[in-house]
Design a protein around this ligand. Structure first.
Ligand SMILES: C[S@@+](CC[C@H](N)C(=O)[O-])C[C@H]1O[C@@H](n2cnc3c(N)ncnc32)[C@H](O)[C@@H]1O
Length: 229
């Protein structure tokens, strides 16, 4: 996804283990309805959703509880979630059917494969909630929020579109603030960290962070209206 990050560097560690019968059933029966055939399908969101509406991209939706809740509460926008963990994809497919969501599609691709296909300026918002913190210094290159990635995500936002990150890992929050703040095409909508927006539901990873006594940091940046190369 990034120009400063070699393609081989992954921001995730694939988890092994069997998936439950419920999740296997969801994958088998709901992929046609809510899935994304391939990363290149992101190039035509109107075809993917069957309607033209503002588009929100969520990177790393986990088990999808927050994503499904946000899509349900915001029916006028389309939600495209991408997650590499198969059980997470299956869980979100099941939630999409349970909530009867017409405005959600679930991709099982590395964001690095999907994002380049999205139309430039086509996104209303990007959500990166509780990305893997990769705490060890030798793993920092695996973090999702890197200058090149941010520049690519920004190029997919419409002017005024929002890049919203959240983390419970203070050292990563500081890096996010510095990286987002240094991007010439983004402007912070707050002074430093934002307050917790009411529309962001509590996620499982956030709950774990709270229980461990870690502070939750939201960062909400907007794409400027000025053209940046
Ligand atoms: C710590 S979890 C947070 C999940 C969820 N956002 C939440 O708050 O509960 C991070 C998730 O991002 C996914 N992920 C990491 N890198 C990714 C990438 N490049 N593309 C898609 N998903 C990714 C991981 O598989 C994992 O499920």
């Amino acid at each position: 996804m990034s120009t400063s990050q070699p393609a081989a560097v992954r921001t995730f560690k694939l988890r092994r283990g069997r998936i439950s019968g419920r999740h296997e059933h969801a994958l088998a029966t709901l992929t046609d309805r809510y899935g994304v055939p391939g990363p290149e399908s992101a190039a035509d969101p109107v075809a993917l959703f069957g309607r033209d509406a503002p588009l929100v991209l969520e990177i790393g939706s986990g088990m999808g509880e927050a994503t499904a809740a946000m899509a349900a509460a915001d029916p006028d926008r389309n939600y495209l979630a991408t997650e590499v963990h198969v059980a997470g994809v299956a869980s979100l497919l099941a939630l999409a059917a349970e909530y009867g969501l017409a405005n959600l599609r679930v991709a099982r691709w590395d964001a690095a494969e999907l994002v380049p296909h999205l139309p430039a300026g086509g996104l209303s918002a990007v959500h990166v909630f509780f990305p893997d913190p990769w705490p060890k210094a030798r793993h920092h290159k695996r973090r999702l929020i890197q200058p090149g990635t941010v520049a690519l995500l920004r190029s997919r936002l419409r002017p005024g579109g929002i890049l919203h990150c959240a983390t419970d890992w203070p050292p990563y929050a500081e890096v996010m603030l510095a990286v987002l703040g240094a991007d010439p095409g983004l402007v912070n909508t707050a002074e430093g960290y934002s307050g917790r927006p009411g529309h962001r539901p509590l996620t499982k990873f956030e709950q774990r962070g709270i229980e461990a006594g870690r502070p939750i940091r939201d960062l909400v940046f907007a794409r400027t209206f000025r053209e940046v190369r």
